[in-house]
Design a binder for this molecule. Sequence first.
Ligand SMILES: [Zn+2]
Length: 314
Amino acid sequence: MLKVGNKKLLVKSKYVVYKCNAKKIVNTLDKKYSYADMKSDLKKLKEAYGSILKVEVAGKSLDKRNLYYVTLGKETAKKTVYVETSIHAREYMNTKFMMKVIEEYCRGYDTKKYQGKNYSTIFNKVKLVIMPMVNPDGVTISQYGPKKIRDINLRQNLYKIAKGASFKEWKANARGVDINRNFAEGFGRESAKAPGQKLYAGKKAVSEPETKAQIAIVKKVKPNVVICYHQAGEVMYHRKHTKLSNMLYSMTKYTHVISEPTAYGTFSDYLDARNIYNCTLETGKVPAPVKNIEFKKIYKLNRYVLVAVAKMYS
Ligand SMILES: [Zn+2]
């Protein structure tokens, strides 16, 4: 018998041939992969792998959806990699990708190796803290339109502020604030003039619950490095070349772009101001929402990114 998370598994162990037969949970054929899908899968993952996966809530969105984050690995691990996904609504395919990665790392926790090192050894030293859907209201708007926003005031306001812009390509949250422009560092620079589909920084810095949740997690877990997943363009943004960025390039072959150190209220600007090294990966070919046919390639190029980053810090 082998214990994987909370599950006891029968294992053929002559000369260490482990076979993880835990049932698969995340359905990658699901085209939209909604907030409800993620919520239900997080519950199942917690039931299956509760000893290595913690699911917590960092706050609630304006339309009262939970801002979930998970801790994968040993909670008391000295080092932490923080990962954020879907801060921009229309980039929701990354949530499905991230949920699959979480599941696969849990499934392989006691059995798999990355470049000769056991997952358990890596994640016992360096834990992953992941927020798989930073902007659940926005994702809901991009997938289903404002009709799925429950609060009548938010819903009616959305039709007003959209000014005819497409909801499918929505990036902002439920009141038209781009969370990735709402941080204090460079707040308001190059902001859209009014709330809407994208690029509006908000009435004041850190006004949105999703922004507050990100800051609260960073303060709590004090990450050594942060990976921000966005879409699209197959590009990688960071401030300088490092061993880490070179490794990510060798894995993904995404175009390397050194971004200018001009702050304009992004999460990266917040992290840079605190000397927390961060790297942004833009998965898939433009435009977002990325076509579902690209999922396989995105998964293939990025499935080992987080375990590789954790190993580098271990
Ligand atoms: Zn983005």
